[in-house]
Design a protein around this ligand. Structure first.
Ligand SMILES: Nc1ncnc2c1ncn2[C@@H]1O[C@H](COP(=O)(O)OP(=O)(O)OP(=O)(O)O)[C@@H](O)[C@H]1O
Length: 310
C-alpha cells in the first residue's frame, strides 16, 4: 500500500528526512514513532503530496505520489497534526463541503456524510458550529473528513494530541474499528497506545529510521531487556554496591522512599532473571525487604534506548 524508497527532505538549513526506506502492506496498522523534530510530520506531508521531496520516491497503491499525485491522493485519507477546520461552519455542512471538494456529489455525498457522522460518533454535534465543539469532537470531525471519500489508506498525524484520557480511549477505539477496512499509518507519542493497536512500528530519529518491526520483536530484541525492582531497608551505598557485583546486572539505580526504605531499579541482561540471586543476597545480609518483582521491557524502554541523547 505504501512503498517509500530513499526519501529525503532538505530544508534550507536542515535535513529533516535523510534517505528513509520502508513499506506498509495492505491491512496493516503501522505506528510511526519518534521524538519531537524527528521528521515524522515532514515524512507524512511528503506521503500525502503536500510537500515535494528533495530526492527519493514514494508510492501509494502503486501510484507515484509526485508524478501521479491526484490518483495517489484519492486513495489517501489524511488527518494532519492540527486539524484545520472552518469554525464558522456547522459540522455536517463542513463535511458535506469537504466531500464535494473530494469529488462526491448529490446523493453520494449526503450518504457518505451520514455514514461518517455515524462512524465517528458525531450525531450529537452534527448541527453545531465547529467553533463550539470540544477538542475531542474536533478531532473526530478531522477523522470523519479523512474518511469521507472512502480512502484505502489512512494517514493520521498525532490524532490524540491534546486530548484527555477518556477522549484518547475513544479515538483509539475508533481507529481500531477503522483498521478492519483500512490500512493505517499513525504517528503518535503515546507508546502504550501503539502497543495496543499497531501490528508494526517504525521508529525514526533525526530523519533516519532506527528500527522497524512488530512491538513484540522490538521489545524482545532489546539489549538490556529486563528490570528488577526491590525495596530494601539498609544502607543504600552498601546495597547498591552488592547488587552491582551480581552477574548479568548492568546498572543499579537507588531512590529513597518513605522512612528507612529505598527503592532499587536493577537493569539486567536480556533473557536473564536475577530475582533468585537478588533474593539470596538480601537473605545473606538479612536486609529487611518489602518487595521484589521483575518488570518486562516495554516499547517505551525500546524507544528511549534508541532515541535518547545522553
Ligand atoms: N518548512 C520547514 N522549514 C524548515 N525546517 C522545517 C520545516 N518543517 C519542519 N522543519 C524542521 O524539520 C525537522 C523535522 O520536523 P517534523 O515536523 O517533521 O518533526 P516531527 O517528528 O513531526 O516532530 P513533532 O513530534 O514535534 O511533531 C524539525 O527540526 C523542524 O524544525
Amino acid at each position: 500500500m505504501i512503498e517509500v524508497s530513499n526519501l529525503t527532505k532538505r530544508f534550507p538549513r536542515h535535513e529533516a528526512v535523510r534517505g528513509i526506506t520502508f513499506s506498509v502492506a495492505k491491512g496493516e496498522i503501522v505506528g510511526f514513532l519518534g521524538p519531537n523534530g524527528a521528521g515524522k510530520t515532514t515524512t507524512l506531508r511528503m506521503l500525502t503530496g503536500y510537500l515535494p521531496p528533495t530526492s527519493g520516491s514514494a508510492k501509494v497503491a502503486n501510484h507515484d505520489i509526485f508524478r501521479e499525485s491526484i490518483a495517489a491522493r484519492r486513495k489517501i485519507g489524511y488527518m494532519p497534526e492540527n486539524v484545520p477546520l472552518y469554525d464558522d461552519m456547522r459540522v455536517r455542512e463542513y463535511l458535506r463541503f469537504r466531500a464535494e471538494l473530494k469529488g462526491l456529489s448529490g446523493r453520494d455525498a449526503r450518504r457518505r456524510v451520514s455514514e461518517v457522522i455515524e462512524t465517528c460518533g458525531l450525531e450529537a454535534v452534527k448541527k453545531k458550529m465547529i467553533r463550539v465543539c470540544s477538542k475531542g469532537y474536533r478531532q473526530r470531525v478531522g477523522l470523519a473528513d479523512a474518511l469521507v471519500h472512502q480512502p484505502e489508506l489512512l494517514i493520521l498525524d498525532e490524532p490524540t494530541n491534546g486530548l484527555d484520557p477518556n477522549q484518547i480511549r475513544q479515538i483509539r477505539e475508533l481507529i481500531r474499528t477503522l483498521a478492519d477496512r483500512h490500512t493505517v499509518l499513525v504517528s503518535t507519542h503515546i507508546l502504550h497506545e501503539v502497543e495496543m493497536t499497531c501490528n508494526r512500528v517504525i521508529i525514526i530519529d533525526s530523519g533516519k529510521i532506527k528500527a522497524q518491526d512488530t512491538p513484540k520483536n522490538l521489545v524482545a530484541g532489546m539489549r538490556a531487556a529486563g528490570k528488577v525492582h526491590l525495596e530494601v531497608a539498609a544502607d543504600p551505598q552498601i546495597v547498591t554496591a552488592a547488587l552491582s557485583r551480581l552477574d548479568n546486572v548492568k546498572r543499579v539505580t537507588a531512590e529513597p522512599r518513605d522512612d528507612r526504605w529505598t527503592h532499587y531499579e536493577v537493569l539486567v541482561d536480556s533473557g536473564t532473571d536475577a530475582r533468585e540471586r537478588i533474593s539470596n543476597l538480601v537473605a545473606q545480609y538479612a536486609w529487611p525487604m518489602r518487595s521484589l518483582f521483575r518488570k518486562e521491557a516495554t516499547l517505551e524502554d525500546v524507544f528511549v534506548e534508541l532515541t535518547r541523547r545522553d
